[in-house]
Design a protein around this ligand. Structure first.
Ligand code: PMP
Ligand code: GLN
Length: 394
């Protein structure tokens, strides 16, 4: 380019990019996993298993690939997979969803959440979320012109204060996003919570997104309180789940969404242009694998053993902890160790001690720092032992 043309181009487009998310940086999960890799640290930050998923499931994917199921799946997902999801939802939560019009297979829960928000949030709509909040809700709300209304879960149980919810609901409130079992705190919502949510939203037009990706990872005899168990709530709810969590295959990015027909119709209008459809051989494999119910029913006890083992290894450390009731995350409070900001402390633990975690303040819009870190215990025993050895020295 001639110099004068270059100057012209520069003057014409001084601010070529006006960010739609000016306050958003790189996700903490990407940041901490990279820091862990760069420092050769044990990575208990981003939530993923360090053990293999089932050989049988891998074999099934392989079988369907070799059998030629490698072209586009139906837009809403393979019918046999949708049917077995309907069966599972009815068995577990006594809720009936029509596979034809009320269940859609998605490229993981992240896509389902983005799709649901894009399909339903208009400019100026308010969406209530509870902090600490999983990181993909707020950007999706803002990208769609919505306004995020933040409420805080109440420590140490990280429960919802329904009086606060009542106070912020107004005519602009379009949606409430809940997540149980809850990432990052490991707390769970009770049937009483659901009753309160139902009461608050009845005779409103509020839609619920219920992020239930850890539906099968729940401990100590508690039962998962899916919104689908509550008919009056279910009729205004979009429920999202993820096979990545349930079958130890977070890299496959496959999940699903169930919702009443009127909501699902809007959901699919967006879904078809966001991904159109999802991975075909994996859908065939999952449809077959889900027939054995123990493949998901035993997940809670599988992870409870890991939680208890991790707990037993670090119970004499200087961290304080309340055992998680669900998910594969354990919060550890370090106020007895350091006064450092949690983001700095997490970086220092990774670089100097060789263990990576997630600082909880990043899940608050205003960076509330309660000196708490999140550790993922979805790991082999030997990884948990190595991690505990480090944590006990801090
Ligand atoms: N919601 C929550 C609460 C999560 O923890 C995660 C991922 N761990 C997701 C949604 C996204 O799930 P996926 O990997 O299937 O997109
Ligand atoms: N949900 C996982 C976690 O909480 C991470 C998913 C991601 O990396 N986006 O750690």
């Amino acid at each position: 380019m001639k110099p004068e043309n270059f100057i012209f181009a520069f003057m014409k487009y001084p601010n070529l990019i006006s960010s739609k998310l000016p306050n958003i940086g790189t996700s903490i999960f990407a940041v901490m996993s990279k820091l862990a890799a760069d420092n050769n640290a044990i990575n208990l930050s981003q939530g993923f298993p360090d053990f293999s998923c089932s050989e049988e499931l891998i074999g099934l994917v392989n079988k369907y690939m070799l059998a030629g199921f490698n072209q586009y799946a139906p837009m809403a997902g393979l019918m046999s997979l949708r049917e077995i999801i309907a069966e599972k939802t009815e068995d577990l939560y006594s809720a009936k969803y029509d596979p034809e019009s009320e269940i859609t297979i998605t490229a993981g829960a992240t896509q389902a959440i983005f799709t649901a928000i894009s399909a339903l949030i208009h400019e100026g709509d308010e969406v209530i979320i509870f902090e600490p909040a999983y990181d993909c809700y707020q950007p999706a709300i803002e990208l769609n012109g919505g306004k995020t209304v933040y409420l805080q879960l109440k420590a140490p149980t990280y429960s919802i204060d329904w009086e606060e919810v009542k106070k912020v609901i107004n005519y602009r409130t379009k949606m409430i996003i809940i997540n149980t079992p809850h990432n990052p705190t490991g707390s769970i919502m009770t049937a009483g919570d659901m009753a309160k949510l139902e009461k608050l939203t009845q005779s409103t037009e509020i839609i619920i997104i219920s992020d239930e990706v850890y539906e099968h990872i729940i401990f100590d005899g508690y039962e998962h309180q899916s919104v689908s168990r509550f008919p009056k709530l279910a009729e205004r709810s979009i429920i999202i789940s993820s096979f990545g969590k349930t079958f130890h295959a977070t890299g496959w990015k496959i999940g699903y969404c169930v919702a009443p027909k009127n909501l699902m119709t809007e959901f699919r209008k967006v879904h078809q242009f966001l991904v159109f459809c999802c991975n075909t051989p994996i859908q065939h494999a999952l449809a077959e694998y889900l027939k054995k119910k123990n493949n998901y029913l035993e997940l809670g006890s599988f992870y409870q053993k890991k939680r208890d083992y991790f707990f037993s290894l670090i119970k004499n450390s200087k961290f304080s902890l309340e055992p998680a009731s669900g998910t594969y995350f354990q919060l550890l409070r370090y106020n007895g160790i350091s006064k450092e900001k949690d983001t700095n402390f997490a970086v220092r633990l990774t670089k100097d001690f060789g263990i990576a975690s997630i600082p909880i303040s990043v899940f608050y819009h205003d960076g509330v720092d309660n000196k708490v870190l999140r550790f993922c215990f979805s790991k082999k025993e030997e990884t948990l032992e190595k991690a505990a050895e480090i944590l006990n020295k801090i």
